[in-house]
Write a protein that binds this ligand. Structure first.
Ligand code: G6P
Length: 381
């Protein structure tokens, strides 16, 4: 397939800009328009067999890289919305130290390419080690992928296709957002089946999902120019810290990974509350700290963690809603995002972090789409 840059300087920037459309497409595929809170069917149509999801006691998610970050958000959603204990493992670790076999366990392999060797091998291990066991221990495998025709598609019988379209930039952007959406949809579907969520709350979340394409668009339109200018300030920066808590902790990890991958700047993502147990020792005026602070259960805590960084003269950049005066007073620079339910916020908070990584790398004149030492999919162990 020939994919053009369509006037964008790099594929990565084009793919960042495709995200509103990716979210819209995914919702069109999987949300039922005729659902109402009093309906007797699920609002989500993932077309998975009932046996795959029936009476689950656990979920285990296996993935690498950015897909592993999507899995961490997925864990939060599956536990919070559907009340299923969930673990997330690096496929490369699972292969050589799989946990004990547990009953009624759904194993989800997340891989945008469907070709990552470690993820495929971990899933194969799970398939084979369970194959001859009692029925409640039999394998139940689900793939979340952007390439249903891939090796993953041959290995597992059930797939959620993320429909993000081909991604050329080595640093995953739109496929990550599409993986996040797949987890929202799966968690909501399971919540409906298991009756763990009040139907009016379920309806409210779905209404908010439908707002996301316009909100992502709004961030792109209002922020890109500013982030490009801001990126000039980091010409000589050697280290970055990204902080988040709760459902936005994985987004801090993803923000740091994006920056590392394409700008070659050392970056660490940390749960904000853990900063005092180590990384705070790194801070001084030369280390910018990017904090994700979205109103919700951890908001005040995150702001006070950011203030601890301020006391070390670190430059504070906040991903936070414009309306939040307290947050505005805390940060030196703002990457504003629309105010949304904290649960939905990862889809928005990751966008400015992608733009920040992109512009810092582009400003340094680096090969954003083909960073050194990295491959789009790693098909060796
Ligand atoms: C490579 C890419 C990463 C990606 C990871 C997992 O390392 O450089 O961007 O997140 O593989 O890829 P997958 O296709 O399995 O999601």
């Amino acid at each position: 397939v020939l994919v053009e840059k369509q006037g964008f300087k790099h594929y990565m920037l084009k793919e960042i800009y495709e995200q509103p459309g990716v979210v819209r497409t995914c919702l069109e595929y999987y949300l039922r328009d005729d659902w109402r809170p009093d309906a007797d069917f699920s609002p989500i149509k993932l077309n998975l067999s009932p046996a795959l999801l029936a009476d689950l006691e656990q979920v285990q998610i296996l993935a690498c890289g950015t897909s592993w970050h999507a899995g961490l958000v997925g864990k939060y959603l599956l536990e919070d919305l559907a009340q299923i204990p969930t673990s997330v493992q690096y496929a490369s670790e699972f292969r050589y130290a799989p946990p004990p076999v547990t009953r009624q366990t759904l194993t989800i392999g997340v891989t945008q390419s469907g070709e990552t060797a470690d993820t495929l091998a971990a899933l194969e291990l799970e398939l084979h080690r369970r194959a001859n066991l009692r029925s409640e221990l039999q394998p139940r495998l689900l793939g979340i992928t952007n390439r249903p025709e891939s090796s993953l598609g041959h290995l597992v019988s059930e797939i959620i296709d993320t429909h993000a379209g081909i991604e050329i930039g080595v640093a995953a952007t739109k496929t990550f957002v599409a993986q996040l959406l797949a987890f929202y949809l799966l968690a909501l579907d399971l919540a409906w089946q298991r009756q763990t969520l009040d139907h009016s709350r379920l309806g409210a979340i779905i209404d908010q999902l439908r707002q996301l394409p316009a909100q992502v668009e709004q961030i792109l339109e209002s922020q890109e120019r500013y982030i490009e200018t801001l990126s000039h300030d980091f010409a000589d920066t050697q280290d970055f810290i990204f902080l988040g808590r709760g459902i936005n902790f994985p987004i801090a990890l993803e923000g740091a990974l994006k920056l590392k991958e394409i700008s070659y700047i050392h970056a660490e993502g940390y749960p904000a509350g853990e900063m005092k147990h180590g990384p705070i020792a790194l801070l001084d005026a030369k280390v910018p700290v990017v904090t994700i602070a979205m109103p919700g259960i951890v908001f005040e805590k995150v702001l006070s963690n950011a203030q601890e960084a301020r006391a070390r003269d670190a430059r504070l950049i906040g991903v936070t809603p414009m309306e939040e005066q307290e947050a505005r007073d805390t940060f030196d620079a703002l990457l504003p995002v629309p105010e949304v339910d904290e649960l939905l916020s990862p889809i928005l908070t990751v966008i400015p972090l992608q733009l920040l990584a992109y512009h810092i790398a582009a400003r340094r004149g680096l090969d954003v789409d083909q960073p050194r030492n990295l491959a789009k999919s790693v098909t060796v162990e």
